[in-house]
Design a protein around this ligand. Structure first.
Ligand code: GLY
Length: 373
């Protein structure tokens, strides 16, 4: 097992990565469970996560006579809304939640983001513990304190920075994850190599197959290395003000446009959008003369080898580059001066924030990418 500290003055916490963590949840989280009156532990859970792992969590807490109060969230993004937030906050208030209590979030990014935001605002803030059950949530969304809901204007536009008190990333939970979702989460693992750690990228070239096959040692190393990378970045730039945390958005501007064009549907999962977005960011960096064509091709090969989509021409989109740029302009990362920042690459392991990107040139580039390769 690995324990990775996220160092934030006054709000530091640990991320545990390993097997069997849910079976030992009480041992790990006792101090966060104890204050809640009546030996009841509020757990917000995705229905699938509750079905698969709820019993294990309940048994680990039952050792000391604690019982779970479940708040079940249906799979999908619907609950991450004003209505879903209202329901959850009302439920927490009815339970008599206080500021010294902790709520547990069992599931993927939707449950973590919704629970974290509810905990940021209920009674002006209570604690929460993340129990992420998807690879994407384990390596990205459960760490770093970004919480949010979606609104009519777009995704994640209303939220708060609210750090969890503990994250238990139990690798056993990944065994029940559909392979496509596992691969989508793996895109975020690859992202850490591409944006800041060439050695990790090389290691994934060699061991990526073992990670995706859930090989114990490789999986733990991949998740722990990813979490450590995220922890370093968050510690340096918690609120995304210096440009360092923005590097985590590698692949997200292009990816967001593709997700929007496919209606944020099962046609393209978020991680798949990020994978394609990384290919596009790499190729666009090469077009600007910043990255070698060989390195762009290596990134594309790594994504393809993981069974992730690597060519937007294969998506069968009925749009042009200008339409994709229009989606980008609706993205929340648009800056007040009207510029759209892109995360581009100097090299594998060396990403940078570019604020001088000409959107007409991006549209022309995308027109080319939309044609069959
Ligand atoms: N998922 C990007 C971030 O946490 O900043």
């Amino acid at each position: 097992m690995a324990i990775i500290p996220v160092e934030l003055a006054g709000r530091s916490y640990d991320v545990h990565v390993g097997h069997g963590l849910l079976d030992n949840a009480l041992v790990k989280a006792r101090k966060f469970v104890e204050p809640f009156s009546g030996r009841k532990v509020p757990v917000v859970a995705d229905r699938k996560a509750m079905d698969h792992h709820g019993e294990r969590l309940a048994q680990s807490l039952a050792v000391d006579g604690y019982a779970i109060e479940w708040f079940v969230v249906e799979p999908g993004e619907t609950a991450k809304s004003w209505a879903g937030l209202e329901k959850l906050v009302d439920w927490l208030l009815a339970l008599g939640i206080t500021r010294s209590d902790h709520v547990f979030a069992l599931g993927g990014g939707v449950v973590g983001d919704l629970t974290g935001f509810a905990c940021a605002i209920v009674k002006r803030g209570c604690g929460f513990v993340q129990l992420p059950t998807t690879l994407l949530a384990q390596v990205d969304s459960s760490v770093g304190g970004k919480t949010a809901i979606n609104t009519a204007a777009g995704k994640n536009l209303v939220g708060a920075f609210h750090q969890p008190s503990l994250v238990l990333a139990d690798l056993d939970t990944l065994a029940t994850l559909p392979p496509r979702e596992l691969r989508a989460g793996y895109a975020e693992v690859l992202k850490y190599g591409v944006l800041g750690d060439a050695e990790f990228f090389d290691w994934l070239d060699d061991r990526g197959g073992a990670v995706l096959a859930l090989g114990d040692e490789a999986l733990e190393q991949a998740v722990a290395t990813s979490v450590a990378a995220k922890a370093r970045i968050v510690a340096e730039d918690e609120r995304e003000t210096t440009g360092t945390r923005a590097l985590l958005n590698l692949g997200h501007t292009f990816g967001h446009a593709l997700e929007a064009e496919t209606g944020f549907s099962d046609r393209l999962l978020h991680g798949e959008g990020v994978a394609l977005g990384m290919v596009l960011a790499a190729r666009y960096s090469a077009r600007r003369g910043n990255l070698s064509d060989d390195s762009a091709a290596r990134i594309t090969r790594a994504i393809d080898a993981a069974g992730l989509p690597a060519e937007i021409s294969a998506l069968g989109l009925d749009c042009d580059g200008q339409a994709l740029v229009a989606h980008m302009l609706h993205d929340k990362k648009m800056e007040s001066g009207g510029t759209l920042p892109f995360i581009l690459l100097h090299d594998i392991g060396s990403a940078y924030l570019a604020k001088d990107v000409d959107l007409a040139d991006v549209a022309t580039f995308l027109d080319g990418q939309l044609q069959a390769h």
